[in-house]
Design a protein around this ligand. Sequence first.
Ligand code: PLP
Length: 390
Amino acid sequence: MTTHIMPTYARQAVTFDRGDGAWLWDSNGKRYLDALAGIAVCNLGHAHPAVHQALCKQSQTLIHTSNLYGVKLQAELADTLCRLSGMDNVFFCNSGTEANEAAIKIARKYGHEQGIAAPVVVTMEKSFHGRTMGALSATGNSKVKQGFGPLLPGFVHVPYNDIDAILTAIRADKNIVAILVEPIQGEGGVNIPDADYLNQIRAICDQHRLLMMVDEIQTGIGRTGRFLAYQHNGILPDVCTLAKALGNGVPIGACMAHGKAATILTAGNHGSTFGGNPLACSAALAVLDTLGNTSLIADADIKGNRICDTIARQLEGNQHIVAIRHQGLMIGIELDAPCGELVGKALEKGLLINVTADSTIRLLPPLLIDDAQIDLLTETLSALIKEHSY
Ligand SMILES: *Cc1c(COP(=O)(O)O)cnc(C)c1O
């Protein structure tokens, strides 16, 4: 059935026909609990009525006109995002990797404006920023870069959660213009840095006049218990990128900028044919409206605690658990051995999970997962971890 699809994915042998909230049904009618939400995309679950209604209404009215003209919903979405984030303006695109491309272009032009001909961006080891050449070059995972050289110059990678390594890099290279960092590394294994890591990076960027660029593509839109993860730190970055959950499944990305970073890209510097079209913006506005009118974001912390506390209790004394990490509903359960086969075993039991960095089970359930679904998730997963042969 997939012979004409380029084989870039190792897919599970299941196809879903419909969803409702945190539930999915496959083509045989079997029901699954979705604890991955399309990789942190469907934060409002599947078939959410607000998103559904917004898309129906907008598709009856106007889907696309291009950025040659004013786009009312794009302006409205930019206003809402700036109000929620504290940022000043927004460039819209269609994916996470594109949002990071915009950020990288901002950093490079910022450098050129200061007379730096070959600007360098500091990024982190084990980071993930996307698959296009700029974002791929920024990414700190040699596995996904293998075979695609020459990569873009202008990136230096340092260990995550290591402020001294950033300072050493800055001392060694006067061409550094920006630091790009995930508040929590998602693909890298749900790595949660020290509580003041982002604050320290903010201070370094202020001191050395670097742009602080935060990749909130996975952590954003309520996932960690705040609208954006940097809001836990009470700071403002200069650039912040969004995508994944912004449209709850409708492709949309955003690169937000603040202060001096907001005036760097000017007419003709960057663009996107689809970026910020009325259809995508209507979905994103419905998402933000729903999050604003419910306690889903605040509840993410309570639900994340409940999931992790329960799993910790159910697996008490299990020597294969290295760590259970979470902020809000971004959850990683690190085992002491590779555990990729748990994904297929969970699927058989009607549960969607993910394993990242070989040995970390990653859970990114929809924010509207309820208590009964949490109980089903924790019981099923704890049993699988107990049975797993290490
Ligand atoms: C998923 C992800 C990206 C890439 O987003 P795409 O929409 O797949 O291009 C970039 N950064 C982070 C942190 C991500 O989790």
